[in-house]
Design a protein around this ligand. Structure first.
Ligand SMILES: Nc1ncnc2c1ncn2[C@@H]1O[C@H](COP(=O)(O)OP(=O)(O)O)[C@@H](O)[C@H]1O
Ligand SMILES: [Mg+2]
Length: 440
């Protein structure tokens, strides 16, 4: 049916990731099944970001239903559309709002995971600044003016935004480093943009700037970056935040509210079209969204904005609202997924298939008897076991598949998010220079 060849690099990356229980970072299209409408709707979001709009979407699904996979898929599509992407998982020490360095830490993680189509695995921020500079040089040459005039003009456009003045100072410092061959200045400028300075004193000494990216500037900094990537010639910025359930798990209701307020700012800006060329994708579980005690719905203003279309019930869907629910994969989807895994494993060559279709059916039957519906609805373990099976067959030529299938053992998937964590709350009274615990 499908005889597109798979690049060896993609094959190995896909198989290794899936066997380790994580989603592949590239080549997802080779194994993707289902979700055509959801993908389509988010591709429209990406076009709207490229057109100057701003979007915020909540990708909601059960543990193991495919949120991370979906986010990665959209991220890959965004790179193709010449957007810059940033992605990070929230964690107890990485949040949207904090006073103990956790928001800066989330920003720094996003900055490390900044990607472009030329650098899809992160670490692209320095290249983006370099590209901005070379664009400015070209413009300066065309207009017959000094490059610093062009750079200053561009940066003046940012100065109306919160933090824009210092951002501009840092970019100008990068330019000076570039112009005078002062490498350290360039390195420091990029470090600043990546949120890696921990004290203002240090930043001032290195770059002559009064501020650093800190907890309070998390969102403003992303807005600045979304403008900046445009100036560097990209279409916009996509920010993917996964594992949002970590906010739901915060024990302090004050800390939760402060984080939800930050989300509200982002949602409001997107609904009102204030920020431009920036899209946010949040990945989270149903309890993160709907729990009225600790979830987003516990924050009234968000509940009203995120309320789902009351007409979209009984199997009807509406993919235009901010909440995008991932429907479960179906049994048919899972069958197609197995054929794709077999295909990828064989490097795209049907001659090399290790098992016939019959074995796929037998495998599914075995899974169903062992763990019921979960085998296709939350398929992480079943995917892994299927690849393990192929691997045994590959390494033992001549071994028939039939006796192996009955021997596949599963552990039911356990959702670790449902276990409450008792994270110690940060001491809200500390001052910012001492709190910064995050280091390179
Ligand atoms: N649309 C899809 N097509 C193919 N495989 C998928 C799809 N969605 C999820 N998977 C696979 O299912 C497993 C669970 O998905 P994951 O994204 O990790 O779930 P979640 O983030 O919701 O917990 C992973 O192995 C992933 O590769
Ligand atoms: Mg996930």
């Amino acid at each position: 049916m499908n005889d597109t060849r798979i690049r060896p690099r993609d094959r190995d990356a896909i198989i290794q990731s899936l066997r380790a229980g994580v989603v592949p970072r590239s080549g997802q299209q080779h194994v993707q099944v289902g979700r055509a409408r959801e993908v389509e709707s988010l591709l429209r979001d990406l076009d709207s970001v490229a057109d100057g709009g701003s979007t915020a979407r909540f990708v909601i699904g059960e543990y193991g239903s495919g949120k991370t996979f979906f986010l990665n898929l959209i991220r890959a599509a965004a790179l193709k559309k010449r957007l810059v992407t940033m992605h990070a998982d929230l964690a107890p020490d990485r949040r949207l709002h904090a006073t103990g360095g956790q928001a800066r830490s989330l920003y720094a993680e996003l900055a490390r995971n900044t990607s472009t189509s030329a650098k899809p695995d992160g670490g692209a921020l320095a290249g983006i600044v370099e590209r901005f500079v070379s664009q400015a040089l070209t413009t300066a040459r065309e207009q017959g003016v000094a490059p610093e005039i062009v750079i200053r003009q561009r940066m003046a456009e940012l100065s109306e935004l919160v933090g824009g003045y210092d951002f501009g100072t840092v970019v100008e410092a990068y330019w000076r480093g570039h112009d005078t061959g002062h490498e350290q200045l360039k390195i420091d400028a990029v470090r600043w943009l990546r949120g890696e300075f921990t004290t203002k004193t240090e930043a001032r000494a290195a770059l002559g700037v009064r501020t650093i990216v800190d907890d309070a500037s998390f969102y403003d900094q992303l807005k600045l970056l979304s403008r900046f990537v445009r100036m560097a010639g990209y279409s916009g910025l996509l920010v993917c935040l996964d594992e949002m359930v970590n906010l739901y798990k915060l024990t302090s209701s004050q800390a939760r509210s402060a984080n939800y307020e930050q989300i509200l700012r982002i949602v409001n800006d997107s609904l009102q079209g204030i920020s431009t060329h920036v899209g946010f994708l949040f990945g989270g579980t149903p309890e993160f969204l709907m729990d009225t005690r600790r979830g987003l719905y516990s924050y009234e203003a968000l509940q009203s904005r995120l309320a789902e279309n009351a007409f979209a019930t009984n199997g009807l869907v509406d993919h235009s609202g901010p909440v995008l629910r991932l429907t479960n994969l179906t049994q048919e989807d899972f069958y197609i997924l197995l054929t794709k895994l077999r295909h990828v494993h064989a490097s795209g060559d049907p001659q090399q298939y290790l098992v016939p279709d019959e074995a796929l059916h037998a495998f599914m039957h075995h899974c169903s008897q062992n763990i019921g519906d979960a085998y296709f609805r939350t398929p992480r373990t079943t995917i892994r076991e299927f690849l393990n099976l192929l691997s045994v067959l590959e390494n033992n030529p001549g071994q028939p598949w039939e006796p192996l299938i009955g021997g596949v053992r599963f552990e039911a998937e356990r959702n670790p998010d449902l276990e409450p964590i008792e994270a110690a709350e940060p001491d809200e009274s500390r001052v910012d220079d001492e709190l910064a615990t995050f280091r390179l």
